[in-house]
Design a protein around this ligand. Structure first.
Ligand SMILES: NC(=O)c1ccc[n+]([C@@H]2O[C@H](COP(=O)([O-])OP(=O)(O)OC[C@H]3O[C@@H](n4cnc5c(N)ncnc54)[C@H](O)[C@@H]3O)[C@@H](O)[C@H]2O)c1
Length: 366
């Protein structure tokens, strides 16, 4: 099969990272690039032997462009995706889907009318540790999920004072620009949709909303808590997702995670199943019944740790899996990609409603 032609709009930090990954994929060829920064678009076009277009409209008019890859800042996403759809192109879009709910709804209607596909680059869906976590929670080996808790403290060092990230009219705010990754992940883990949302923010003296948190009650009873802060140096960055289940806990560490630790109890007959699922040996410890608690029993505690060596390689691979899945869904209408359009909409809607909860100062229904 002939490789599909990619037209890239926005060749900033992430555009460059993803283009490097796409350049190794046999299913695609980078044929066109546009960026308002002429130096960047020309350099990129020369690297990939592609055409540099001064305007997005010119890129859309190029018949060699079959999929438009949108890597611009969030406020442009919905409008540029809409333009691509009207030009009959499929769209692989960086998160978020939009920064406003009405524009997201409008875009979905146009996609439907024009019968073009849109995929969102939710990289966390395609990294090995989260894939294992997903299998673990679906297997119910440690029971049902009861509680999800994310703490994501990130660096603000690269986000200089007038960066678009801090301006709500350009980024949508931290939940929409960034938290949406984890809303998507936790929606998937919970296999449910949010019911009630209650969110809060800290605003610094410079007016930046730099810390946000949301509590979410899922319709199936799972409770979740999400905290994001962009307030520290990179060497202090930390991302931890705790997944509490009826019979144990899983803790995932790292933005692109490199560690999964589990601890729990399950029947001995299922030890092999758990070990095979995780791909590591289990450590089993006999624990005596705690003293002084009437009815408490002795048991065996099972522990395991899964680690990954190379986060950059996992990140790059996640980017290529995301695009490969999207292409598969274009070519085979029966193929269900891991991230459906409805999933992308649901996580965006949750992020949007969380930001609204902050703005309105009360909890909201999803
Ligand atoms: N999935 C992920 O892991 C991940 C990671 C980082 C960033 N992102 C997303 O990627 C997108 C881009 O982020 P970034 O960090 O690369 O930002 P950036 O500011 O580094 O790059 C944006 C680029 O878009 C260009 N641009 C701006 N307006 C344009 C226009 N009208 N037409 C064409 N080009 C235009 C800019 O010149 C710049 O080169 C954002 O939506 C961000 O959320 C995703």
């Amino acid at each position: 099969m002939q490789p599909l032609g990619l037209g890239i709009v926005g060749y900033g930090g992430f555009g460059e990272f993803t283009a490097k990954a796409y350049a190794h994929m046999p299913q695609v060829r980078i044929v066109a690039i546009t960026d308002v920064d002429a130096t960047r678009r020309n350099a990129a076009a020369s690297t990939y032997h592609a055409t540099a277009y001064e305007t997005y409209e010119q890129l859309l008019a190029d018949p060699a462009v079959e999929i438009v890859v949108i890597n611009t800042p969030p406020w442009l996403h919905a409008a540029q995706a809409q333009q691509a759809a009207l030009a009959g192109k499929h769209i692989f879009l960086e998160k978020p889907l939009a920064i406003d709910l009405a524009e997201a709804d409008n875009l979905l209607a146009i996609l439907q009318e024009r019968q073009v596909h849109l995929g969102i680059d939710y990289v966390l869906r395609h990294v090995p540790i989260y894939n294992i976590l997903q299998q673990l929670t679906s297997s119910k080996l440690l029971g049902e999920i009861t509680y999800l808790r994310l703490e994501n403290v990130a660096s603000n060092e690269a986000l200089h004072g007038d960066h678009w990230f801090w301006k709500r009219q350009y980024s949508g705010g931290i939940f929409i620009e960034h938290g949406v990754h984890f809303f998507d992940l936790c929606n998937q883990l919970s296999q449910s949709l949010p019911g009630d949302i209650s969110a809060y923010a800290h605003t610094g003296s410079d007016g930046r909303q730099d810390r946000v948190m949301a509590n979410v009650a899922y319709n199936n009873g799972i409770l979740a808590s999400f905290y994001h802060a962009f307030d520290r140096p990179a060497i202090l960055e930390q991302t931890v997702l705790h997944v509490t289940m009826e019979h144990g806990t899983a803790v995932v560490t790292g933005w692109i995670p490199d560690r999964l630790e589990i601890e729990g109890t399950l029947s001995r007959e299922r030890y092999d199943e758990l070990s095979n699922l995780l791909g590591v040996e289990l450590k089993v410890t006999s624990v005596p019944a705690p003293e002084g608690i009437t009815g408490a029993t002795a048991g065996e505690l099972v522990m395991a740790q899964v680690t990954r060596e190379d986060r950059t390689a996992d990140y790059t691979q996640a980017v290529t899996i995301g695009l490969s899945e999207f292409i598969h869904s274009i070519q085979d209408h029966n193929y269900q990609p891991q991230v459906s359009l409805q999933d992308s909409y649901s996580s965006f809607r949750l992020a949007y409603r969380a930001q609204q909860s902050i703005d309105q100062g009360h909890s909201l229904v999803y």
